[in-house]
Design a protein. Structure first.
Length: 261
């Protein structure tokens, strides 16, 4: 399927590996030029070069921390007119809420709520003026079904979800072909999931493999997801064909969530 976005420009956070890289690869495959942002310069440079060689699109890689004001300014300065923004930053560490202090809470909110809001604020009015815009926030399946050891993430990402629910429905955006959606990953083959499993194992006194097997048993699909399929879903939400989808939480979890709604 031609997604109708060839030649457009996208900003993708956390793009050196995992879900962010999956999104950058899928967008580039569709002909989108990509500004890739991540903290690890070596992995980011290698990922960007691989995309350039494979897809022949323009790729700008910026090694910075997008959760800081300076990092966001660097990323946004890379290209003056962004058509697509995929917000993504590493989630806060797992643990017990009794051990978290105010600074840790504020760091989680800053990274996983306020950073996406600042990126949206900086780009959506320009998108509306040009008549096209797509924002996809990579949040978490924990927004729908909270995970006890991810309290920092549960709280911060739920705050972003509430904000997006209102903003996405503003006619000054939706009526000008600007959509804002959240993409909620369940268990995917990423470093983040490995860290969560390690944290849960340490808390319960079990092994990482036992934690993995227990979660796998709760996934009707019988497997964990891949960054590639996540990226393809992201690319569709960014396509010309998805202009009537906005303000939604798209859950990708292999059927794990047991609710009807």
């Amino acid at each position: 399927m031609d997604l109708g976005i060839k030649g457009k420009w996208a900003l993708v956070g956390g793009a050196s590996k995992g879900l962010g890289l999956g999104c950058a690869q899928a967008l580039a495959e569709a002909g989108v030029n990509v500004v890739m942002v991540a903290r690890g310069a070596e992995a980011l440079s290698a990922a960007a070069q691989a995309i350039r060689q494979r897809d022949g699109v323009q790729v700008i890689d910026i090694a910075t921390d997008i959760t800081t004001e300076q990092g966001r300014n660097q990323a946004l300065a890379a290209h003056s007119e962004l058509d697509i923004v995929v917000t993504n930053a590493g989630g806060p560490p797992p643990g017990d809420f009794r051990d978290w202090n105010r600074e840790q809470w504020l760091a989680a909110i800053d990274a996983n709520m306020l950073t996406p809001i600042e990126l949206i604020k900086a780009t959506v009015d320009g998108m509306a003026a040009r008549g096209f815009g797509r924002v996809v926030n990579i949040t978490s399946g924990a927004v729908k079904a909270p995970i006890d050891v991810l309290g920092l993430s549960n709280g911060a990402r739920s705050g972003l979800t509430g904000f997006v629910a209102g903003l996405a429905r503003q006619k000054r955006l939706a009526a000008h072909n600007v959509t804002i959606n959240n993409l909620l990953p369940g268990w995917f083959d990423t470093d983040r999931v490995k860290k969560v499993l390690a944290g849960a194992a340490a808390k319960s006194g079990t092994s990482v493999q036992q934690q993995f097997d227990a979660r796998l048993g709760g996934i009707p699909a019988g497997r964990i997801g891949t960054p590639d399929e996540f990226g393809q879903t992201c690319a569709f939400l960014c396509s010309q064909h998805a202009g009537y989808i906005t303000g939604q939480n798209i859950l990708m979890d292999g059927g794990s969530y047991p609710g009807t709604f």
